[in-house]
Design a protein around this ligand. Structure first.
Ligand code: NAD
Ligand code: 6OD
Length: 485
């Protein structure tokens, strides 16, 4: 098996370093690549390169010119889709079918969306009263500067490009770090940037870990004008403290402990399908995944049986096998964490309806970090398993009797990212959408995205919104010009 080599990309050149670490394929437990870790000096060089590039031709580009570059990047991603697929599946072990239908198309769609948006975005204009005549106030949009992008491992290409694309659309330059677990698709993206003719220094990629490594070096660098981060809430809190130095803006997409509310009048089969997908997709490693399911009592027993059945039927194994529905967890360490919740749930009195352990997988995937999809009942609302984000293929089901009661249960969380409501009573659906303390509500569906809509969370789940013009508002600053007429 060939072991790939992932290098940093600084000032338009691929750069090695003296320190390297292994990138493990979670579906086999074997080394997939060697990654060159950027030290403080290389991160500083990347920040310098990004700052100089702001003063170069990129700083003078029009929105139309940048949109054309973004479209070109999208086209190259589409042409190299199979390379991205191999990198993404090799780094995450997720089923190739999932990456083919979700992660890879979103990589290019993120660039196309923000290309179209920046072309169409205008400013505000006010005709204002003023002594001796009037005044005209208008806004112009100017880039934020050098943007630090730090992203997680669960949807590597999707989440990385979700931030890189709007940052470029607004005319910024970038120093970006993908997760140490999933450096592959970001490295390919650097090749794409090179091929698309992005001027040297506009996009810089550094590899490494968080604390004491490239992540912390980006955050601490005074040359970074704004930070956009997706990852754990705890990491967000650490980054926020460091970003306070220099009063730099942050955009945070953080953890979740998302609820599904299932009413007796739902379309039963599609609710079971939807909750199963929202619990188990990507082996539960999506920030939007459902971990708490509240089901109206009259259909509770039937729902528990049906979801348990779904969990037991899921096929795990080789990500390249079309029959595989569930990949491994990202790492041995993460599997240990999820298994510790499986143990804790038992101590907290859970009844284990399905799963709860490690499956036996043979062949070349015997060393992968697979785990059984799991369904719990009988957990108290204040139990740790109902309050803490597990980030694995698991949910707890709880019965409810009344609408007010389920709203209170859903809102009993330190997180506030997403919720899904399953009911054919649309009046009730709209009413509840306004009462649940989250940034995203899906009614009779889940993870159906329009990239123009605001995306983000409340409480521990984040700060700010990205998506559509909300991304442009973070990655640029508005300047008001007042003209006395
Ligand atoms: P993580 O916070 O451990 O790491 C995310 C990134 O931050 C990685 O690149 C890591 O190297 C870096 N990092 C870690 N500590 C750092 C520090 N002190 N300074 C600078 N960089 C640092 O998160 P993860 O385990 O990669 O991802 C899983 C988490 O991300 C889950 O909590 C999940 O809910 C959350 N997430 C949220 C969203 C969202 O949109 N809200 C999307 C995806 C994932
Ligand atoms: O769809 C998106 O734009 C997005 N940011 C999804 C986040 C998923 C979390 O894991």
């Amino acid at each position: 098996m060939t072991v790939a080599e992932y290098r940093n990309y600084v000032q338009g050149r691929f750069v090695t370093s003296t320190r390297q670490f292994d990138d493990i394929n979670p579906a086999t437990g074997k080394v997939a690549a060697t990654v060159h870790e950027a030290d403080d000096a290389l991160v500083a060089a990347a920040v310098d390169a990004a700052r100089s590039a702001l003063r170069g031709p990129w700083g003078e580009t029009t929105a139309e010119q940048r949109a054309a570059v973004l479209d070109k990047i999208a086209s190259v991603i589409e042409r190299r889709a199979e390379d991205f697929l191999a990198a993404e599946v090799g780094d995450t072990g997720k089923p190739a079918e999932l990456a083919r239908s979700l992660d890879i198309p979103r990589g290019s769609a993120n660039f196309r969306t923000f290309a179209n948006l920046i072309r169409a975005t205008g400013g505000e204009l006010y005709e204002s009263p003023a002594p001796d005549g009037g005044a005209l106030n208008y806004t112009i949009r100017r880039r934020l500067g050098v943007v630090g992008v730090i992203s997680p491992w669960n949807l590597p290409l999707l989440l990385f490009t979700w931030k890189v694309a709007p940052a470029l659309a607004c005319g910024n330059t970038i120093v970006a770090k993908p997760s140490e677990e999933t450096p592959g698709s970001a490295t390919l993206l650097a090749e794409v940037m090179h091929e698309a003719g992005l001027p040297a220094g506009v996009f810089n990629l550094v590899h490494g870990y968080g604390p004491g490594s490239a992540g912390e070096a980006i955050v601490r660098s005074p040359g970074i004008d704004g930070l956009t981060f997706t990852g754990e809430s705890r990491t967000g809190a650490t980054i926020m403290k460091q970003a306070a130095e220099g009063v730099r803006p942050v955009s945070f997409e953080l953890g979740g402990k998302n609820a599904a509310l299932v009413f007796a009048d739902c379309d039963f089969d599609s609710a079971v399908d939807g909750v199963a997908r929202s619990t188990f997709m990507n082996t539960g490693q999506v920030c939007l995944c459902t971990e708490r399911v509240y089901v109206e009592r009259s259909i509770y027993e039937r729902f528990v049986a049906a979801l348990g059945e779904r969990a037991r039927a899921l096929r795990m194994g080789d990500p390249w096998d079309r029959a595989t529905q569930l990949g491994p967890l990202i790492s041995q360490e993460h599997r240990q964490k999820v298994l510790s919740y499986y143990e804790l749930a038992r101590r907290e009195g859970a009844e284990v309806i399905a799963g709860g352990g490690v499956p036996s997988i043979g062949g070349q995937n015997a060393g992968g970090w697979y785990i059984e999809p799991t369904v719990w009942t009988n957990l108290r609302p204040d139990s740790r398993c109902q309050q803490e984000e597990v980030f694995g293929p698991v949910c707890a089901i709880t019965p409810f009797d009344a609408e007010d009661e389920v709203v209170e249960l859903a809102n009993d969380s330190a997180y506030g990212l997403a919720a899904s409501i399953w009911t054919t009573n649309l009046k009730r659906g709209h009413r509840l959408a306004g009462r649940i303390e989250v940034g995203l509500v899906w009614l009779n569906t889940w993870f159906l995205r329009d990239l123009r809509t605001p995306f983000g969370g409340n409480k521990l789940s984040g700060i700010g919104r990205e998506g559509g013009r909300h991304s442009l508002d973070f990655y640029s600053e508005l300047r008001n010009v007042c003209v006395k007429l």
